[in-house]
Design a protein around this ligand. Structure first.
Ligand code: UDP
Length: 387
């Protein structure tokens, strides 16, 4: 019997944020003998302070997990990048993957794209072509430029990558993989979530607020006003820790005032499926997480989106934008109850893993050249005028 060629596909995961999105893709490939799945687990996953979420990767039943601690709490993001590049570079030389898969806009994803492209290993980038605020915006486009193959969530993202000079045939629209999980029939129910996390109240909002690295000087004021408003309200809140971007210490310090307050339940991180059920049943989500923009609308859950972190992202009627001031937040909290709960499919229909799998079964993917060419569209009309 002829042995099938097996491709080694290495996924890199650095946070709960990318793991939730790549998990279905990993599991899909793992179930097919054409692929050997390897997972490089690093970043926030490895930090006990942020919930040691590497354990989620293990619990998912995924094979060939390699854990790498890429930072200590004194490292700045550029140092984390350098350490991840160094560790990942040693690792890929040992296991020689045919493809590295990265997601989104974190320094870990950038490390994966750098190591892959500099070692002539094909890099696939999931969910490029998005726009946002904070340093993520710069990292995401840099990752796209260092990647050979793109899996994007919709046509607009594809158009943006074409604008960056990427070849149209290297871009595949697969939708946002988290929709696969959001549409899953296997999400835990609310009693299970309350039991697992020992949540005592049934009416609550969610608070999930990250630092914006380019606004570092203002973060202390922002989070102080936010915590003041939350404590003064008569609203129950489930609070999730921010990611570990520059400025996170300031937020965590301010959150110490929330600890033990009667209307607050606070956690470093929740399992993705549990978080989704929590969100689906919440009154609204407040903060600046992508989940308020990309996931809450899918469930028809209103969002109070604070500040600039999600700037320029797709917006819908269920998203209320507010400045990060006491008055801005209080006004939004008064108004949010008036937003109707209407579910909207913005980023695909939940078939991302199948579409990703199909694309990787196509032999042409495996002959993608590692030498890229900028597809020059400089002759295109700018502002309606021929160049
Ligand atoms: N998320 C999760 N558990 C949590 C908080 C968030 O699984 O406790 C998920 C969330 O649903 C989203 C992803 O993590 O898919 C990213 O959210 P986060 O706010 O951490 O990061 P962002 O994408 O805004 O950078």
């Amino acid at each position: 019997m002829e042995r099938i060629k097996q491709y080694k596909v290495m996924f890199l995961t650095g946070t709960r944020a990318d793991f939730g999105k790549m998990k279905t893709l990993m599991l899909k490939l793992q179930a097919d003998d054409h692929f050997q799945v390897h997972i490089f687990v690093t970043g926030m996953h490895m930090l006990s302070k942020f919930g040691s979420t590497w354990d989620e990767v293990r619990k998912a039943g995924l094979p060939n997990i390699y854990r790498f601690i890429n930072q200590n709490e004194n490292d700045s993001m550029d140092q984390v990048l350098a350490k991840t590049v160094a560790g990942l570079s040693d690792y890929v030389k040992e296991m020689a993957p045919d493809m590295i898969v990265v997601h989104g806009d974190r320094v870990e994803a950038l490390s994966g794209a750098i190591v892959g492209s500099l070692n002539n290993i094909r890099v696939s980038h999931i969910e490029g072509g998005e726009v946002s605020g904070t340093i993520d915006e710069l990292i995401r486009h840099a990752v796209s430029k260092m990647s050979h193959i793109h899996f994007v969530s919709n046509k607009v993202a594809m158009t943006r990558l074409i604008q960056l000079g990427e070849a149209e045939e290297s871009i595949h629209i697969i939708g946002s993989p988290d929709v696969d999980v959001m549409n899953s029939k296997n999400l835990p129910d609310m009693p299970e979530v309350k039991r697992y996390y020992n949540i005592r109240f049934s009416e609550y909002a969610i608070l999930l607020f990250h630092p914006v690295t380019t606004e570092i000087k203002d973060i202390r004021r922002q989070v102080t006003e936010l915590v003041d408003v939350v404590l003064a309200s008569n609203q129950n809140f489930v609070v999730l820790y921010p990611n570990n971007d520059h400025g996170t210490e300031i937020i965590l310090e301010a959150y110490e005032r929330l600890r033990g307050a009667p209307r607050i339940a606070m956690y470093p991180s929740m399992r993705f499926e549990y978080f989704l059920t929590l969100m689906k049943n919440s009154l609204y989500i407040m903060g600046n997480s992508s989940s308020g923009i990309r996931e809450a609308p899918h469930f028809g859950v209103p969002t109070i989106n604070l500040g600039s972190r999600q700037n320029n992202r797709v917006s819908t009627e269920s998203v209320l934008n507010a400045p990060i001031t006491s008055e801005g937040i209080q006004n939004a909290m008064r108004e949010v109850g008036r937003i109707p709960r209407v579910a909207k499919e913005l980023f695909g229909n939940g078939n991302s893993a199948a579409a990703f799998h199909q694309a990787l079964l196509n032999p042409s993917i495996w002959s993608t050249e590692t030498q890229k060419y900028f597809i020059d569209r400089s002759h295109f009309k700018l502002n309606g005028k021929e160049n």
